[in-house]
Design a protein around this ligand. Sequence first.
Ligand SMILES: Cc1ncc(COP(=O)(O)O)c(C=O)c1O
Length: 445
Amino acid sequence: MDTPILDFVRAYAQSGTVRAHMPGHKGRGPLGIEALDLTEIQGADSLYEADGIIRRSEENASRLFGSRMTLYSTEGSSLCIRAMLLTAWKEGKKRGLAPVLLAGRNVHKTVLSAACLLDFDIAWLYGAGETCLSARPDEAEIAAALSRMDPKPFALYLTSPDYLGGMADIGSAAKVCAEFGVPLLVDNAHGAYLRFLSPSLHPLSLGAQMCCDSAHKTLPALTGAAYLHAGGWPGLTVREVRENMALFGSTSPSYLTLASLDGVNGLLAGDWSEKLSRFCLRLTCLKLELFRAGWALYDSDPLRLTLWASESGYRGDELAGILRQKGIECEFADPDFTVLMLSPGQEEDDFRIGRTLLSIPIRKSLEHTPPPVQRGKKACSIREAMLAPSEAVPAEKALGRILAAPCVSCPPAVPILICGELVTKEAIDAFKYYGIRTLSVVREG
Ligand SMILES: Cc1ncc(COP(=O)(O)O)c(C=O)c1O
């Protein structure tokens, strides 16, 4: 598969051309990779009006992912999510659907910023999630919600895999959505690689209309690299989706990130799938070994090792600390879970993760369990709350106030309470459980 962006930036870096254009580093600097970092010079194409090397590269990605269209983002899935929601919201308007999104409660906080900017409401599905990070609504819950809603929501939105690696049943959700004439959107930020499993578990392969994938989370791509894919969505054009991306995106996309996405196409078209399947097999064996040794594991997607640390006698963040001291840095930890994200990019020596965990004694499980998922009471719309003047108050002084901002950092950036909901005693306890001591609330008076 050709790699037109990578070829272009490499050729330009070697050409000795005088750079009388941005960026200011002029191809030299402390990182050593500045020469590959360009701007929209002649021949470099332009992300939001792509008709040259970027378009060719996106078409290659689209073939690899089996999508009707794939657009690049250099601002992560965060940008793709806003553009995806805008696309569905506009399409819904044309078809008389309500400005309401039906969504699993474990959305990334970007969904709230989209709801604020576009002024749509969200109806929540809670599923059988163990924590606020997980919500896996089943077919029956989705069908019940869709049959209650009249007019229908402009989309169903699911996050899968979630931060713990929990996978929703996208195939069943797609069937229910088709019955009700509602498009299915998937936040597949953590699952770009699912396309390269055999069989593919990628949301588009399972019937979703659109999804975002962060290439940088599970594929060998630079931070910020992501795709917005659209599958079978009648009448939708690349031009429209590109305009929707442009509404939220920077006019200075990183060429390093674009070249990275382009180079990844070359890798994916090669033997990456075989490497992935060998790696997944090895990781499955490791999980089995840890399970046999007594470690409590959370049922996660194939490239993740999620330890239910509290069940094995450790706080999740305590276990992450122990691993850090032994030279292993995890992706994420909270009071209950320790999450390791792995990929075929690991080296042989990295498998000492297994030996290290096996050398740590399992203890009696801790008493605590994650707080229940909050079913907040809505006081105003997300937009009203997020655009209102706000103030920061200690969590214990926020009782009865309206939450103004999500107040959760990344990772995992999954809201505990939704902006516009009233802060309850249970919500305060949940915030404190996750170490959040200050809340942003709507100013009164
Ligand atoms: C579930 C989920 N969706 C979306 C995002 C945003 O992705 P990105 O960092 O690529 O913007 C994240 C980030 O961690 C995430 O965990």
